[in-house]
Design a binder for this molecule. Sequence first.
Ligand SMILES: C[S@@+](CC[C@H](N)C(=O)[O-])C[C@H]1O[C@@H](n2cnc3c(N)ncnc32)[C@H](O)[C@@H]1O
Length: 188
Amino acid sequence: MARPDAKGAREQRKSTESQPGRPDELALLDALCAKATTEKQAAQILDRVLEQLVRPWHHSIFWGDRLLTLDKSAAFADDEVFRAALAEARSSTGANQYASPDGISWRFNTLIWAARSCLSVPGDFVECGVYRGDMTWMITRNVAMKNSGKVFCLYDTFSGFDTRYSSEADFSGGRQAFDATNTGSIAD
Ligand SMILES: C[S@@+](CC[C@H](N)C(=O)[O-])C[C@H]1O[C@@H](n2cnc3c(N)ncnc32)[C@H](O)[C@@H]1O
């Protein structure tokens, strides 16, 4: 996909390029921006910048699932039980132009936090759309479900969305978001 605001970016570049005393490295960056005209190229550059320019200046980076944090605590990543469970799960972000080295592990951690919080709430657990069960796996490995007395019900069509109830129009991210969520048959 071509950059939507390429004209605006070109004009902005022209005005900044002509600034006297502009450092060489920024001129190189301007040249790079002029070359990178597709979404894929822009994503590759961001990934490279994060790895090679940003990471060395920070004690921690989380980058995955379109979530970027700098110098924020992600203690869950060091928890042995979490790590062991994560090693057995798929942490894929689905369709994503970025490298996403940390996958969806932050999302898993939020899910575990929510499930732990719900242990003290009356009622059972229901997961709608388990697919291959990665989220179910992360919850059952990390949350004390067994002794809670709660039932954990897992539902799925196992054949993707039912077209009577879900379509591309339901997703603000359009076709790409729809396809990424509508994982299709588990036998695929
Ligand atoms: C993005 S996947 C879920 C991912 C999963 N929670 C995991 O841990 O990886 C969405 C799932 O929802 C299922 N699904 C879609 N519509 C459904 C419906 N109406 N009832 C039950 N499951 C549905 C799909 O078959 C698909 O497996």
